[in-house]
Ligand binder design. Structure first.
Ligand SMILES: [Zn+2]
Ligand SMILES: [Zn+2]
Length: 312
């Protein structure tokens, strides 16, 4: 980044999009669906893993530090609840990574099985040749004891050929161990970043892994995800409580409204039965009109909600 670009980024970060009145930039607001909410909350994996072996390239959504500054200012005034989107984003990213880890572990186990099968075949060959040598030797000795020296010599020469084959098989068996299986069997998959680790990697290499940008980036993403989960849970809890409180408040108002309405009805009935009809009618009309615009509507909502509740 040039010094000028760095300065621009710094100013963006501090002041948001309103900094230079650039029309094209102001066209997209931080609330726009095209803007990466994880970027606004500083936890987009595309940012965190940039420059590592698992660099994801550009995010499909807009990243702009100025928009993040706008968001940070706005979120102080009002809860925008972007954590929910960011959480879902990170959740699917981490799920994908964990799936890759499982796959790598499975593949590793399979190769190890294949390799040990290969090694077992080679060991078996050595055993077979060994047995053959033993049998030939016994036969040669028997023939020698029987006085059949010529045949016995022939068997011993054959035995020497088998011995040579056995040495070859032994070499092959021994070489197959350190070359493939020995190394492969000592591989492990890192549970954090799904990279392969050698159990026999030296301290330096392991330190480079665990202190490397990729591994640390994954730790950061996982931590951010935990943080988002907690924030989302506590905000949802708060919202639920608020909803509950509002409902209780409404119920209380309704009950109060019903009481006053029934009182009103009673009053109205007694009045119409006695007093001057013309006067009461005009007052009734007035009252009727008022109740229609206000408490009548409320009572309708209330009764449907009451029904709903009794159904549960
Ligand atoms: Zn992003
Ligand atoms: Zn790792």
């Amino acid at each position: 980044m040039s010094a000028q670009a760095q300065m621009r980024a710094l100013l963006d970060q501090l002041m948001g999009t309103a900094r230079d009145g650039d029309e094209t930039r102001q066209r997209v607001k931080y609330t726009d669906d095209r803007v990466c909410k994880s970027h606004l909350l500083d936890c987009c994996p595309h940012d965190i893993l940039a420059g590592t072996r698992m660099d994801l390239g550009e995010c499909t959504k807009i990243h702009d530090l100025a928009l993040r500054a706008d968001y940070e200012i706005a979120s102080k005034e009002k809860d925008l609840f972007f954590e929910l989107d960011a959480m879902e984003h990170l959740e699917s990213f981490i799920a994908e990574c964990d799936r890759r880890t499982e796959l790598a572990k499975k593949r590793l186990a399979e190769t190890q099985e294949e390799i040990s099968a290969e090694v077992a075949v080679k060991a078996e060959k050595v055993h077979e040749l060994n047995e053959e040598i033993g049998k030939l030797l016994a036969k040669a000795e028997q023939l020698g004891a029987e006085g059949n020296v010529e045949e016995s010599q022939r068997i011993l020469m054959e035995m020497e050929r088998v011995k040579a084959r056995k040495r070859e098989a032994e070499d092959e068996y021994r070489n197959s161990m350190p070359a493939s299986s020995f190394q492969q069997q000592k591989l492990r998959v890192c549970e954090v970043c799904s990279a392969y680790l050698g159990l026999h990697d030296n301290d330096r290499r392991l330190a480079d892994h665990f202190g490397g940008k990729l591994h640390l980036g994954f730790i950061l993403i996982r931590e951010k995800l935990e943080q988002m989960r907690k924030t989302v849970a506590s905000k949802q809890e708060k919202r639920n409580q608020e909803r509950l409180r509002r409902r209780e408040e409404r119920d209380r108002e309704e009950r109060a409204g019903k009481r006053s309405r029934s009182r009103e009805r009673r009053r109205r009935r007694s009045r119409s039965s006695s007093r001057d009809k013309r006067r009461s009618r005009s007052r009734d009309r007035h009252r009727h009109h008022r109740s229609r615009s206000g408490s009548r509507n409320k009572s309708h909502h209330g009764s449907s909600r009451d029904r709903e509740r009794s159904r549960k």
